[in-house]
Design a binder for this molecule. Structure first.
Ligand SMILES: Nc1nc2c(c(=O)[nH]1)N=C(CO)CN2
Length: 163
């Protein structure tokens, strides 16, 4: 195993009830607790309740977490998928309702591209549901294109539709 620690910015989302954790907010809280158990969790954002974008239907609970781990990106992806599946997520339905969605938004290694995994997450900058929680815990996080996470927030903030 690579012993160099990496920092990861993780996006967390849910828009389904869980038999044990209850409403999406409860699922996101439980996911944050699980990340704290499995990794070195530095910080987690408040939970944001917001309408689904795309055709995913029900409202989402979203949050972001900052984690330190020696895991490389593909190992991290596998670890996150294992947590999703422990929460009962069925793989495959990319845009469907989901119990738990864990996305690697960014990591300290800059750009990464491998089969099925692109970091920074290609939709990160466009999604208020990812950018707002991420900016709450990591406003100065540097992105490979030179922007910081707080700059993404300034941009998406102008497009947030009132409820
Ligand atoms: N508000 C919100 N909408 C979504 C989200 C999400 O995390 N938050 N995730 C989706 C599929 O990844 C589709 N739509």
């Amino acid at each position: 195993m690579n012993a160099t620690p990496h920092l990861y910015l993780i996006g967390i989302g849910s828009n389904r009830r869980h038999i044990r954790h209850g409403r999406p907010q409860g699922v996101v809280e439980a996911a944050i607790a699980r990340l704290d158990t499995d990794f070195m969790l530095f910080d987690a954002s408040p939970i944001l309740l917001n309408p689904a974008f795309g055709n995913a239907g029900r409202d989402f609970a979203n949050a972001a977490a900052m984690i330190e781990t020696p895991l490389a990106p593909r190992q991290m992806l596998s670890a996150l998928k294992a947590i999703e599946s422990d929460f009962g997520r069925k793989p495959g339905r990319r845009w469907g309702d989901r119990v738990l969605d864990l996305d690697i938004l960014a990591w300290s290694g800059g750009r990464h591209h491998s089969q099925g995994l692109t970091i920074p997450h290609p939709a990160f900058a466009d999604r208020p549901s990812a950018v707002i929680p991420a900016a709450a815990i990591a406003p100065n996080w540097p992105l490979p294109d030179g922007l910081r996470v707080r700059h993404l927030k300034e941009r998406v903030g102008k497009r947030l539709a009132p409820r």
